[in-house]
Design a protein around this ligand. Structure first.
Ligand SMILES: Cc1ncc(COP(=O)(O)O)c(C=O)c1O
Length: 441
């Protein structure tokens, strides 16, 4: 009997009692390889001694100070660190406790920016189908995961959606990646024209789509074309790097590989690596200056904004990643993971696509490789893969709705940055067995 309202009421969850490196151990003594970092969170694995030491030191001096009274060294140092390594133009940080909060803050700050600039008519937000931006009302509204939005539709703010970048299903055979990118940018521009460019606040996108599609990167040129559309119409570009950011794709920020900078960028997950709940919104100098010269305050705050323990943990995570040159390991082991996935699943009858960047890789499962027909959702293939993987001591992050928001299944892998080749080989072997068992059942 449990009094916790768990994610799935009927499911009996194993009790996690300890973690070390890439492993989590349950109360029965069974070890699981954390090949998804939970949900792309645990970038340093579990119980990293240097992060724990930094957190203990923070607790020994100050556990909490409300931000309406004080700033703290931990908050200031982390912001300095983040800005020193930020995409060009982002020079301030607003702290929150997770990804959804970072997105809520982005939407409100974008709106406040235009109000303060004397453009209060700007009220439309444009995002993409099959995207996930969080579970709170604003974040859910801009998200494009249809099955999750449906029941709450009457409570959600008005948002508009355009196509995701989805080369596997939607790039035409005669189309180059560049032409596909241009077609998608034209679709965005047509949407902006339809809404009236002067009424649009922002376009929101994940540089590499995570939870809803399974590590789908953009095609070359897409984000440059999107940036041009936004600039042409004075619209803000909000990048959601909550899952794909903070080193996951092999560069600190995923947008570095696209050669663009956003106006606002949401980060979380790998920022604190699971050691403490923390997220952040990074903002450009032009947005900061507009508020500084205007009302003088962002109309938004939380009790735990800039929590010193969370900031100290995040700072230690980021310093450890740099000290140990872990982004080089993400690139090296990411290439090994991709190679091994292609060897194991490249000709698998029920795997249509292997994709991703760095230690952020996905498999799309299909009932028929030739026609790309998804499995019947009633078969719950994605939950079966999760179940079969857990039975084999492996944590992966499968999800449904990949193909169109309702149908389709994928498996997302996002192992800790400390992973090595031998562990990757074990992950791929166990995942292969889990997928085979799931589709056979
Ligand atoms: C891209 C993206 N944005 C936002 C969120 C929401 O983050 P959180 O669950 O920390 O609220 C997630 C969570 O998976 C995410 O993947």
């Amino acid at each position: 009997m449990t009094h916790v309202l768990h994610r799935s009421i009927a499911h009996r969850y194993p009790v996690a009692v300890s973690g070390r490196g890439i492993f989590i151990r349950d109360a029965d003594g069974k070890d699981y390889i954390d090949a998804s970092g939970g949900a792309a969170v645990s970038c340093l694995g579990h119980s990293h001694p240097d992060v724990l030491a930094a957190m203990r030191a923070q607790l020994d001096t100050l556990e909490y100070a409300h931000t309406s009274f004080f700033t703290t060294r931990a908050a200031e140092e982390l912001a300095e660190d983040l800005v020193a390594h930020a995409p060009a133009g982002l020079d301030h940080v607003f702290y929150v406790s997770g990804g959804s909060e970072a997105i809520e803050a982005a939407l409100k700050l974008a709106r406040q920016y235009f109000v303060e600039r004397g453009e209060p008519q700007r009220r439309y937000l444009v995002a993409r189908r099959q995207s996930y931006h969080g579970i709170t009302a604003g974040a859910l509204a801009i998200g494009g995961r249809e099955w999750q939005r449906r029941d709450f539709a009457p409570l959600l703010i008005e948002t508009h959606h355009v196509s995701p970048v989805y080369a596997y299903r939607e790039q035409l055979t005669e189309e180059t990646p560049e032409a596909y990118a241009e077609r998608l940018a034209r679709e965005l521009e047509a949407k902006v024209d339809e809404l009236g460019a002067k009424n649009v606040i922002a376009f929101v996108a994940e540089p590499v789509v995570g939870a809803t599609m399974g590590a789908v990167p953009a095609v070359p040129g897409y984000f440059k074309a999107v940036r041009r559309v936004c600039d042409r119409h004075g619209i803000l570009l909000i990048l959601d790097e909550v899952m794909c950011g903070m080193g996951r794709t092999g560069t600190l920020h995923a947008c570095e590989q696209e050669g663009i900078s956003p106006d606002l960028m949401a980060i979380a997950k790998g920022l604190g690596g699971g050691f403490a709940p923390i997220g952040a919104l990074m903002l450009s100098g032009k947005i900061f200056e507009t508020l500084a010269q205007g009302s003088g305050a962002f109309q938004h705050s939380h009790t735990y904004t800039g929590h010193p323990l969370a900031c100290a943990a995040a700072l230690a995570v980021q310093r450890t990643i740099r000290r140990d040159d872990l982004l080089a390991n993400v690139r090296r082991q990411g290439a090994h993971l991709e190679r091994r996935l292609r060897e194991r699943f490249g000709n698998h009858p029920f795997v249509g696509d292997v994709r991703g960047r760095g230690l952020f890789q996905g498999l799309e499962l299909v009932a028929d490789r030739g026609t790309k027909e998804p499995f019947d959702p009633a078969r719950k293939i994605n939950s079966r893969v999760k179940h079969e993987a857990m039975a084999r001591g492996l944590m992966v992050y499968p999800m449904g709705g990949t193909a169109d928001g309702q149908r389709g299944d994928h498996v997302l892998l996002a192992p800790p940055f400390i992973i090595d080749e031998a562990a990757i080989d074990t992950i791929v072997d166990r995942l292969g067995d889990a997928v085979d068992a799931a589709v056979a059942g």
